[in-house]
Each structure stands twice: as C-alpha cells, then as structure tokens.
Design a protein around this ligand. Structure first.
Ligand SMILES: [Zn+2]
Length: 70
C-alpha cells in the first residue's frame, strides 16, 4: 500500500518532468509480475495523453489513465 502510493507520486513526477520519459516507463502487473503493455494516444489539441495498460501474460485486465499536460 505504502509503496504503491510512493510509486504513483514518482510516476507523475517523471511524467511532468519529461513527456518522453513516461512512454518508457515499465510497470509490472500486480497479479503476475509481467510488465504491462502500454499504449499511448497523445492529443496535443486538448493536451491529454490517454494511456492504456494491460497485462499480456494473464487476464488482469486493462487500466486506463488520462494525463493532462501542463
Ligand atoms: Zn499479469
């Protein structure tokens, strides 16, 4: 729990620091430990990055996030 919160904070700091950095971020599936497969759709008009993460190793499912670029 505690570590997960720290990770989320770190993740956002990286994102706002460098938009290219976040695209290389590897996150592991909490279910099986396999790296998530990420897809990003960047909309520069609305300054949103839509990120979809899913595990290709198990049926953990998808997680969708929307980032806003400041
Ligand atoms: Zn998995």
């Amino acid at each position: 729990m505690e570590n997960k919160l720290d990770y989320q904070l770190e993740y956002y700091e990286k994102y706002f620091g460098d938009i290219k950095q976040v695209k290389k971020t590897v996150e592991n599936c909490p279910n099986c430990g396999n790296p998530f497969f990420f897809t990003h759709n960047t909309d520069y008009k609305t300054l949103q990055v839509k990120e979809t993460a899913c595990c290709t190793n198990c049926s953990f499912g998808k997680r969708k996030l929307v980032h806003y670029v400041n």
